[in-house]
Ligand binder design. Sequence first.
Ligand code: NAD
Length: 423
Amino acid sequence: MTKSSVISGFYKLPPKERLAIIKDFAGLTDEEVGFLENTGSLPMDVADHMVENVIGVIPEPLGIGVNFQINGKDYLIPMATEEPSVIAAASYAAKMVRDGGGFHTSSTAPVMIGQIQVVSVAHAGYARTQVLDSKDEILKKANEQDPVLNSFGGGAKDLDARVIETSLGEMLIVHLYVDCRDAMGANAVNTMAEAVSPMIERITGGHVYLRIISNLAVKRMAKAWCTVPKESLGGEAVVDGVVYASAFAAADPYRAATHNKGAMNGIIAVVLATGNDHRAIEAGGHAFAAFNGAYTTFSKWTKNKNGDLEGEIELPMAVGLIGGAVKTHPIARIAMKILGVKSANEFAEVLAAVGLAQNLAALRALSSEGIQRGHMSLHARNIAITAGAKGELVDLVAERMVKERKVRVDRAKEVLDELAKKQ
Ligand code: NAD
C-alpha cells in the first residue's frame, strides 16, 4: 500500500495522537517513540561528546510538514524550528502544489569543492599548468585518504586551478572536486586537501596556506519545480501577485534577502531536525544567490499560458545521511527515518521542494491578505506564554488578542488577569 502524507486534521490532534500516526507511517520502534516523547532526550553524555564545554541542551519543537508529494512519492517532513507558522505554511503550500501534480526535482552528483591556496609562486600562470599536468598524481594521493568513500563510488574525481588577483598579489587556487556520495563531506574533503598540499607545494615551488572545503557548492545543486493551479491559489489575481513579488525580489537585494530567508525557513528546519550543518546551507545558498555579482533570488515564479503559477528553485545543497551529527544525535536519526530518504541526492531534492513550498506560502500570503494574519494568530500563543499563561489559558488569551487585533504582552497580561478573576 502506498503511504499518503495527506493527514486530515493533523494539526488539530494532540501530540500523542500525531506521534502514533508518524510511528505507523515511518515504522518507528517503541524506543524511538519514547525518545520523541521525552522532550529532554539528548543525553548529557552524548551532548558532551558532540561539542565542547557542554552545560546542557536547548530543545526546539519538532513538527511534521504534511501533504508533500515529490516525484510521485509522499513524504512526511520533520521540521525543527522556533518560529511559529513555518510548519503550517509549508503544509498548506504542499497541499496547493499537490493539486498541480506535486513537486518535481533533480540534482547533480554530490560533488564538493576543496580549496588549496598557493602563494609565493614565481609565475602563477605557469604554476597552474604544472598543477594541471600533475592531476593524476594529486588525485591518487587524495583518494588514498578515504578508502571507505572510494568503496561507495565516491572520492576525488577531478581538479582545476585558478589564478586570482588579491590585495596581496596573485594567488593560485587549486580546486579539488570530491564526490562525497551520502556524506556532506567537509571532513572528507578537508582531509584530502591537507594531504595533497605538500605535493602541490613541491610541484609549484609555492607555499600553501588554506586547505578547506568551499561552501559555495555549485557542483552539488538541487532543483525543484511545480505548478500551482490558479483555483488552488485563490484565483488569477493571486497568481499575478506572486509573480510580481518574484520579479520585485529578483531585481532588489533588500527584498531578495527576505524572499530567500523565507525559503530557508523550511530548508533549515529540516536540516536542523536531521543534524546536518545548517550554516553550510545558509552560506552556500546566499553565496550562490550572489554568484553573478548582484545578490538575487534562488527561486522564481511565473504565470503559464493557462494562468496557473509555475515555480522553481535551484541552490547548492550540501547535506548528508551519515557523518557529522546525523548518526550521533538520537532525534536526528529518528527524523531521518521519518523522512525516509535513501540517498543524499534524494535528501537534497526533498530540501529544495520544502524550500519552494515555504517560499510559495510566504509569497501567497504577502500578495493577498498579508503575512501577519496567519503569523500573528500563531505568534499570539508565544505572547500569551510570555505573559505567564499556562495550559488552556494559552489558547484563550491568544484567541482574544487575535480577535481584538492587539497581540501584545501588555494586553495578554490584562486578559490573563481578567480570566483569573472569573475563575
Ligand atoms: P564524516 O567525516 O563524519 O563522515 C564522512 C565519511 O563517512 C566519509 O569520508 C566516508 O569515509 C564515510 N562513509 C561511510 N559511508 C559513506 C557513504 N555512503 N557515503 C559517503 N561517505 C561514507 O563527515 P563529513 O560528511 O565528511 O563532514 C561533515 C561534518 O563536517 C559536519 O559536522 C560539518 O559541520 C563539519 N564541517 C563543516 C565545514 C564547512 O565549512 N561546512 C568545515 C569543517 C567541518
